[in-house]
Design a protein. Structure first.
Length: 136
């Protein structure tokens, strides 16, 4: 797409210490700019990612994850040959997270599988993501 954009957002995490239930979410807006080489501008976007799970044993959380994506306005520019093309996509699936201490630093391993549903004008298909986060 080779365009500039600004992605804004906010996140929250809530944990019930008694039941070990954890709920997290991130909501954001992406403001896209026109690609000067193609004169194509993608519409602005809203996205929401969420996770809910239980800590089964110390550091291990198993639950559900999902995301929702909506393009808020149509694509534009003189390079736009297909029209507004407003897209949306929703996904849900299992998630696994494990946090431990390595060399005195918290390290979190995440594995998420998403099954896309309720999509329109957007690439879709089942997806698996893995990540490692090290807190400094």
């Amino acid at each position: 797409m080779h365009r500039q954009g600004i992605d804004t957002g906010g996140a929250f995490t809530w944990t019930d210490k008694q039941t070990k239930l954890q709920v997290s979410g991130t909501a954001g807006f992406t403001f896209n700019f026109e690609n000067p080489q193609s004169n194509y501008q993608s519409g602005n976007e809203f996205h929401f990612e969420w996770a809910a799970g239980f800590e089964c044993v110390s550091g291990l959380v198993i639950g559900l994850v999902g995301y929702d994506y909506w393009q808020l306005n149509g694509d534009s520019g003189s390079g736009d040959k297909v029209g507004p093309f407003i897209g949306s996509l929703n996904a849900i699936g299992p998630g696994l997270s494990y946090t431990t201490i390595i060399d005195k630093r918290p390290v979190t391993f995440n594995l998420r599988y998403y099954h896309d549903y309720d999509f329109d004008n957007h690439f879709h298909g089942d997806t698996t993501f893995g990540s490692v986060t090290v807190r400094f």
